[in-house]
Write a protein that binds this ligand. Sequence first.
Ligand SMILES: *Cc1c(COP(=O)(O)O)cnc(C)c1O
Length: 241
Amino acid sequence: MQSIRDRYLQALDHIAAAARSAGRDPSDVRLVVVTKKQPMEVVRAAIDAGVSILGENYPEEGVMKIQYLSNFSTVEWHLIGHVQSRKAKLVAENFNYLHSLDSLKLAKKLDGFCRDAGRVLPVLLEFNVGGEESKSGWEASDEARWQALLEEVNAVLSLPNLRMCGLMTMPPLGDTAEFSRPFFQKLKRLQTYLASQFPQANFSELSMGTSADYEVAVHEGATFVRIGTSIVGARQYKTEA
Ligand SMILES: *Cc1c(COP(=O)(O)O)cnc(C)c1O
């Protein structure tokens, strides 16, 4: 049986190969290893394997792990799941990065808690480019209506304790990796659009791709891929969101 370390190194190889085949520098793609619903031993094994960024979906579960593993100060903890407003304080005080900023209301709460804590939180805006009703993220499936996003994006950009870094998406579930490609391409076009509308802002990061489709995501410009099961195995327990 392969170890977490073997599968981590294999994923890094696949990312590097996908980057090179797209004419990209492999070092421009960072791997977030997703440990949601994984027990502490698995998180420890990932850290021991050399993982430098861990991704968690649920603020409370993540904070418990951050506190328990606080000696590993070089590991970055990224929150990648939907954040309810009442969890904004936990996120502002404990995580290094938020991939899933999905409303202006949450942005304002995070900004206030970051100010109180004397921190600046790097954030990505999450967009729903597949038009699914159940998905979080700003609705951005209809390119003809992207202009309607600008007012809220501008409001997020004005918050001094959040640092805008780019965009994130989770495409609809498909049977093949290729199914995700047009959604990744759409997020890339949205990045270009926002950069043209806000030339002074930074939207350089694109967080897209999971175990199922990360190589396609790298072809299409991902700078973060978020991989769980294919490195750390099936998720093992349920937690409350
Ligand atoms: C769970 C999750 C992942 C990782 O998915 P895997 O299929 O385990 O690789 C990536 N991104 C988000 C937002 C997730 O919730």
